[in-house]
Structures are given as structure tokens and as C-alpha cells.
Design a protein around this ligand. Structure first.
Ligand SMILES: [Zn+2]
Ligand SMILES: [Zn+2]
Length: 269
């Protein structure tokens, strides 16, 4: 089974019932998904979705876009909310200098608070990095020097330097539909350098639907197309790609991994 390591079911829910979205994912062979929190004020909605489906997990965190309004100066709230068994990661957090919806300094302060929360809880940090490779690497490394923490760079579109720095710290790289786009050749070159043992797959739905679903509203079921493309890029069978990325997911998102591996776990129940 495949796992969509990063989606936004709360956004999909704004357009209606998501029972069918989750059911379609199951029929497509997507056995589990993580719905990602972007605002503290919306964490209750995200958690409620995760509690509704046995194979849906969630994160807690504040997107860099929201750092101006809801950015965390300390890790306290994140650590407290991360105690819930359905919370399996910290984020999404990071730096976005492309849109720069929030002041850079506030993004950086909130990013560091999230890293501290990941270090303290042992839950993986979910990093969003857009047009901010240098500062992202600098902060990840500076914080790493204070103590290790697990992390994934989600919807990876950055250059080889951020990829290498992340691999050096033991982090994972998660690929979304962008990797299937015609003009993403340099991204595919970077992915060729990433060991299979460090790759995850995601949709980041409802955004960025992969080819051949481009232009449609993205949903977790479509992660199968990104996985197929990745198996081509990595020159391995689709089965091996699925098996390895799922094993990687369970290692990194260990709280979700433990739940999925529990005897008698049934996604459909
Ligand atoms: Zn993101
Ligand atoms: Zn996201």
C-alpha cells in the first residue's frame, strides 16, 4: 500500500463531504494519509478529521504563510497538542520567501519553535521551503547542532544543496506532483541523487495535481501517479517504490507506523 504523507483534507472538506475522497484513496491502494495542520486555530478541525478515520493521521503546526498572525514563539503549545495519539508530526513549518505572506523574521522565529517541539517530542518536523534554500539550510543546521531531530522536506522543489544538507542530517525528502511536470527536469535530476531509502511521496492536495490529473482538484488517490513517475526516475519497479516509501514513512512517522502495524488494524473499519 501507498501512503500520502502530506495532504490537506480540511481544505477538501470545505467543498463538501470527504468520506468519498478517503474511500477513493483506499480503492486506489492508498492505505493511509497525514492531513497537515497550517493554523493553530484550525487544529481542532484537522484533529477531528483524523479522529474520524482510522487510517488518517494529522500534524500540528503553523504554516510560514500564517507566521505573522499565528506564529509560535515558543514550542509549548505545539508540544502540548502533540500529545494526542493521532498527531504524528510537527508542522508544516519553514520559510516561504516566494509569497512572503508573513515577515521573514517571524517565519524564522516560528520555524525554530517548531524545531524545538520536534526535538522534544521526537515527532518529525514537516518543512515547507520555497525560495529560501540558504536560510532554511542555515536554520536546520544551526538547530541540529543543538540536538538532533527527525524531519522531512515536504513537496521538495529546492536545489541539490538543500537536498544534500537534509540527507546529511538524516532527513527525508518528500515528492509531490511537481516531479511529474514536463518542465521539472532539474528536480528529477536532484531526485536521482536521493537514495530510495530517504524518499516519501505525497499529494499536498488539493494543490498541484500530478500528470495526468493536472488541472483537476488534487486528492490523496492521485499519489499513485507520483509514485509511478518516481519508480521511473529511480529505475525500480513500482512495487519496490511503493514498498520502500511506505517503509520509510513508517520509520519517520513512527507513531503512525506503530498504529498501522498493530495486529488487526483495518483501515476500512
Ligand atoms: Zn507546504
Ligand atoms: Zn501543505
Amino acid at each position: 500500500m501507498l501512503i500520502d504523507s502530506h495532504c490537506h483534507l480540511d481544505y477538501l472538506q470545505r467543498d463538501g463531504d470527504i468520506d468519498e475522497v478517503v474511500a477513493r484513496a483506499g480503492r486506489a491502494g492508498v492505505g493511509a494519509m497525514v492531513t497537515i495542520c497550517t493554523k493553530m486555530s484550525e487544529f481542532p478541525i484537522v484533529l477531528e478529521i483524523a479522529e474520524r478515520y482510522p487510517n488518517v493521521f494529522c500534524s500540528v503546526g503553523v504554516h510560514p504563510h500564517e507566521a505573522g498572525e499565528e506564529g509560535q514563539e515558543t514550542p509549548d503549545r505545539l508540544i502540548e497538542l502533540a500529545q494526542h495519539p493521532k498527531v504524528v508530526g510537527i508542522g508544516e513549518t519553514g520559510l516561504d520567501y516566494y509569497y512572503e505572506h508573513s515577515p521573514r523574521e517571524q517565519q524564522q522565529i516560528s520555524f525554530r519553535a517548531h524545531i524545538t517541539a520536534a526535538r522534544e517530542t521526537g515527532l518529525p518536523l514537516i518543512v515547507h521551503a520555497r525560495d529560501a534554500d540558504d536560510d532554511t539550510v542555515a536554520i536546520l543546521q544551526d538547530e541540529y547542532s543543538k540536538g538532533a531531530y527527525p524531519a522531512v522536506i515536504h513537496c521538495f522543489t529546492a536545489g541539490p544543496e538543500l537536498a544534500q544538507a537534509s540527507l546529511d542530517m538524516g532527513f527525508y525528502i518528500s515528492l509531490a506532483g511537481v516531479v511529474t511536470f514536463k518542465n521539472a527536469e532539474s528536480l528529477r535530476d536532484t531526485v536521482r541523487q536521493v537514495p530510495l531509502e530517504r524518499l516519501l511521496v505525497e499529494t499536498d492536495s488539493p494543490y498541484l495535481a500530478p500528470v495526468p490529473k493536472r488541472g483537476k482538484k488534487n486528492e490523496p488517490a492521485f499519489v499513485v501517479h507520483t509514485a509511478e513517475k518516481l519508480s521511473e526516475i529511480k529505475e525500480v519497479s513500482n512495487d519496490l517504490l511503493i514498498e520502500t516509501t511506505t517503509a520509510n514513512f513508517k520509520t519517520l512517522f513512527s507513531r503512525a507506523g506503530a498504529a498501522l502495524d498493530e495486529p488487526g488494524f483495518d483501515a476500512a473499519s
